[in-house]
Design a binder for this molecule. Structure first.
Ligand code: BDR
Ligand code: CA
Length: 313
C-alpha cells in the first residue's frame, strides 16, 4: 500500500523537483496534500508555485494549502538570490488554474493527522519548519500520531550555506525547528552533508532534458536557473540538489546512510543561530532523537529521478 504523505514546502526549484518525484511515484507514495510555507520567497509566491507544479505533473486534484507567512519569532529571511524573484524562475509555466484551498495549512495538517489512523501519515518537509512547529504547538496530540518527519535541513560536517554555521531551512525558523526536534516524533534528516554529494552535473541534466516530456524540460529549465548561484559559489561541476533527496529516501532508503543520534538546534547564539548540533559520535548522553543521514548515492539518486520523471506528462 502506498505511504501517505503531506509535503510542506517553499517551492523553490528543488522543492518543485521533489514534488514531481513524489507525484511520479503513486505506487509507493500517496500525496494527500501540499502545504506552502514562507521561505525561499514569500508565502504567496510559494503557494502559487506549488499549484503550478501539481498542474505540470497533471495532478490538479492534489489540494494545495497556504500555511504561515513568517517564522515564529523572527523576520523572514528569503533566498531570491538563488531562486529568482518568483521563487521558481527558469521554466515558463502557466499561471495555475486550480484554487488554493481555503483552510489554513496548519489546521489542514492538524485535522488530517487527527482524523487518520495513528502512525499512518508521514510529513515531508522541504522548507523552514514553521508550519510543523505551529501545528505541534496548537495541537500537541499530533506528535504521537505522526508516523515520521522526513526533512531536508541542517548541516554538520559540511557546515552552513546561509551562514558559516547554519543551513537555510533551519536558519529561517530555528525556534520552529527546535519545537520539531523536541517533539518526540521519529525524524529523519537529509542535511547538506548528503545533498552536497547529489550534484546535478551537465550530463545528468542533459539526460533529464532528453526525456522529451514537458516535465523533463521544466526540470532542466528550473535547475539550470537555480544552479548558477551555487556553481559560482562552490566551483563544482554540478550544483547540489537538496529537497528531492527527501522523496528519494522514502522510495529507496538504501541510497542513503547515516546514524541515529541526538540533534539539537542552536536558538540563542548570534554567531551560530540555526546550527544543527549533531552528536554523531555519541559524546553526550542526550537522547537520540533523529536519524541523521550523512552520505547519499548520487548515481543511484539520478537514475531514480530520471526514470520517475519519464512517467510524467
Ligand atoms: C534548502 O534551502 C532552500 O533554498 C532549498 O529549497 C532547500 O530546501 C537548502 O538549504
Ligand atoms: Ca526548499
Amino acid at each position: 500500500m502506498a505511504r501517505k504523505i503531506i509535503i510542506d514546502t517553499d517551492p523553490g526549484q528543488d522543492d518543485a523537483v521533489a514534488i514531481l518525484l513524489a507525484l511520479a511515484s503513486p505506487a509507493e507514495l500517496e500525496v494527500l496534500g501540499i502545504v506552502a510555507v514562507a521561505g525561499n520567497v514569500g508565502l504567496e509566491h510559494n503557494a502559487t508555485n506549488a499549484r503550478k507544479v501539481v498542474e505540470l505533473a497533471g495532478r490538479p486534484d492534489i489540494p494545495v494549502y497556504a500555511g504561515c507567512s513568517r517564522p515564529m519569532r523572527r523576520h523572514l529571511v528569503t533566498a531570491e538570490h538563488v531562486h529568482g524573484p518568483t521563487g521558481l524562475d527558469g521554466p515558463d509555466l502557466p499561471e495555475p488554474s486550480i484554487a488554493l484551498q481555503p483552510q489554513h495549512g496548519v489546521d489542514y495538517i492538524i485535522d488530517t493527522i487527527m482524523a487518520a489512523e495513528p502512525g499512518t501519515i508521514t510529513l515531508c518537509t522541504l522548507g523552514p519548519l514553521t508550519n510543523i512547529g505551529m501545528a505541534l504547538v496548537k495541537q500537541p496530540a499530533i506528535a504521537e500520531r505522526i508516523a515520521e518527519i522526513v526533512m531536508m535541513g541542517g548541516a554538520y560536517f559540511e557546515v552552513g550555506n546561509i551562514t558559516p554555521a547554519a543551513e537555510f531551512n533551519i536558519y529561517v525558523d530555528p525556534e520552529a525547528a527546535d519545537v520539531v526536534m523536541r517533539s518526540g516524533v521519529p525524524i529523519t534528516i537529509l542535511p547538506l552533508d548528503v545533498t552536497h554529494q547529489i550534484q546535478s552535473t551537465p550530463e545528468r541534466l542533459a539526460a533529464i532534458r532528453g526525456l522529451g516530456n514537458k516535465s523533463g524540460k521544466a526540470v532542466y529549465d528550473m535547475l539550470t536557473f537555480s544552479e548558477t548561484f551555487d556553481l559560482a559559489k562552490y566551483g563544482w561541476s554540478g550544483a547540489p540538489l537538496h529537497d528531492p533527496t527527501v522523496i528519494a529516501y522514502l522510495l529507496q532508503p538504501e541510497l542513503f546512510e547515516g546514524r541515529h543520534c541526538n540533534v539539537v538546534i542552536e536558538t540563542a547564539s548570534e554567531l551560530t543561530i540555526g546550527m544543527t548540533v549533531v552528536d554523531y559520535w555519541h559524546v553526550t548522553g542526550r537522547v537520540r532523537n533523529a536519524t541523521y543521514l550523512r552520505n547519499g548515492n548520487a548515481d543511484g539518486f539520478f537514475k531514480l529521478l530520471t526514470e520517475r520523471l519519464a512517467r510524467l506528462p
